[in-house]
Ligand binder design. Structure first.
Ligand code: SAH
Length: 210
């Protein structure tokens, strides 16, 4: 089976376990083959539903987790999305596909090597609406604010204040927040500047936000 066929199988699997539901998001997964974001030495495992190493102890998340987070974020055409933790660029590319040419994704990465790697990977899927910035995601990215939505792909003790400020009222943040079990996946809707609606999607495991 070639790699693209393996991607189709992974998508089928993610649908069958209930992680993928929305047609637009399913299409994005089909058009964003995960093997293009995987280190050469792990290519054999590109379509296993497991996290894999990227560089310097960091990882590309498990496809199941990426699917759950993308569905929770529900990125729509034309939206501007902030991601914290670009890593391989896979999650950012998926969101880039969902928001389309009228939308934009700003993804922030602390490790300069991963900034280079994610830029190169994102080029492979020909996305021009995804921009990788080398910076500390805890500061958000004021230059492009406000954002319709924000996704944090590293474990945080709390959602950084600057990030909350840079999301529009009516916007959404999806983030794994530390608790005693590892991390709980929170979906936070910003109702007003000081009013939030919280949903807990359960336990997940992430590398820490530094
Ligand atoms: N979304 C990625 C996986 C992210 S793993 C993907 O699709 O592959 C978490 C990433 O967050 C790591 O690459 C790590 O280097 C980065 N990171 C950790 N702390 C950070 C911070 N303060 N600002 C920006 N990136 C950070």
């Amino acid at each position: 089976m070639n790699l693209l066929e393996q991607n189709e199988l992974l998508v089928k699997h993610l649908i069958s376990v209930g992680a993928l539901k929305t047609p637009r998001i399913i299409e994005a997964f089909k058009k964003t083959p995960r093997h293009l974001f995987i280190r050469k030495d792990y290519l054999n495992h590109a379509y296993d539903d497991i996290p894999l190493p990227t560089y310097n102890g960091q990882t590309i998340s498990q496809p199941y987790t990426v699917a759950i987070m993308t569905e929770a974020l529900n990125p729509k055409p034309g939206e501007k999305v902030l991601e914290i933790g670009a890593g391989s660029g896979y999650q950012a590319a998926l969101i880039g596909k969902c928001v389309g040419v009228k939308g934009k994704v700003i993804t922030i990465e602390l490790e300069s090597d991963l900034v280079e790697i994610s830029r190169k990977n994102i080029k492979k899927v020909k996305l021009k609406n995804v921009i990788v910035i080398c910076s500390d995601g805890k500061l958000g990215y004021l230059k492009e604010a406000p954002y319709d939505k924000c996704i944090i792909t590293a474990a945080c003790d709390e959602i950084p204040k600057k990030v909350i400020e840079q999301v529009k009222i009516g916007g959404r943040i999806v983030a794994p927040v530390n608790d005693f079990l590892g991390q709980k996946m929170l979906v936070i809707d910003k109702i007003s500047d000081n009013e939030f609606k919280k949903q807990d999607l359960g336990s997940f495991v992430f590398v820490p936000l530094r």
